[in-house]
Design a binder for this molecule. Structure first.
Ligand SMILES: *[C@@H]1O[C@H](CO)[C@@H](O)[C@H](O)[C@H]1NC(C)=O
Length: 125
């Protein structure tokens, strides 16, 4: 009987892991070195992806600040992986030479070399 109970418990635990549809999001915390080349690269990825989608030509001028949070239990194709969300605020200029601050959100799954731009909005300075 004990064995059966253990088995049931294991099954319940397993299904709660498998059945969880939403990834588990950590708390946002500030990026200490906003000029880290890795962070700048993600900002450039966000700008390039936005440009491609909307036919604009923006250029990163200056990193301002940013935050990251962990993302656990992401489903990617058939795998469950962990990732990181980056929320970055930076200043960029456009093809008319006008400057604007933007906030971009990028989901990064480093183990799969995967990135996805999930948000890109003008931000106040
Ligand atoms: C990328 O992000 C968009 C917007 O959140 C989402 O609709 C899309 O499914 C994502 N793509 C992948 C491959 O995860």
């Amino acid at each position: 009987m004990i064995k059966l109970e253990c088995l049931l418990l294991v099954l319940v635990l397993m299904t709660s892991v498998v059945a969880r549809k939403e990834p588990l999001l950590g708390r946002w915390s500030p990026i200490k070195n906003i000029n880290d080349p890795k962070v700048i690269e993600i900002a450039n990825y966000a700008i390039a992806t936005f440009d491609k989608r909307f036919g604009t030509k923006k250029k990163l001028e200056k990193m301002i600040e940013g935050e990251t949070r962990t993302v656990e239990g992401l489903k990617y194709k058939t795998r469950i992986v962990a990732g990181m969300d980056y929320f970055l605020i930076f200043r960029a200029n456009d093809e008319y030479g006008e400057f604007q601050n933007y906030g971009a959100t990028v989901r990064v799954i480093e183990s799969l070399h995967f990135r996805n731009l999930t948000g890109f909005v003008p931000a106040n300075s």
